[in-house]
Design a protein around this ligand. Sequence first.
Ligand code: SME
Length: 166
Amino acid sequence: MDTTFLQELGLCKSDRYKNTILKIRSLIKCEPDLTANLCNITSALKYSFPEFSWVGFYLRDGQAQDELILNAFQGKPACTRIRIGKGVCGTAALLGETIIVSDVSEFPGHIYCDPDSKSEIVVPLMFNGNLLGVLDIDSTSLSAFDNSDKLYLEILISEIIYMFNP
Ligand code: SME
């Protein structure tokens, strides 16, 4: 039995984020490999928040600049390429702003990777105004995300952006 996991369930969301960010800091601090770190970040998020059904990164492709390509993730298989401007991920990438979708069925052009997904948050990875990719998190519950998710996920992204060598 994972008692750490059970203890975390009793914490409020902000404390769970603070613990998870501490965990992620220690996981990545001595490791220069981007893929290894992104894998551990998605795992730490998914297993700290049971309400997250899918956690993953889509990164900008160096060759096809108008596409995001699936990178490290935890969850069911997902669509591999998303055009910038399409779906929730592509819209957040185009705007350079975090998007919270309480009910994905009401988001025009939402891309269904998992038919059970009900709500979603997408945080863009920006450096000096340049888009590097997005962090996408889905939930099978409606309205799973609010401004506290936005706050802590944006803090997390600001802490890890150096890994991309922008
Ligand atoms: N729903 C996303 C696509 C990616 S999956 O959720 C993993 C979107 O509309 O961009």
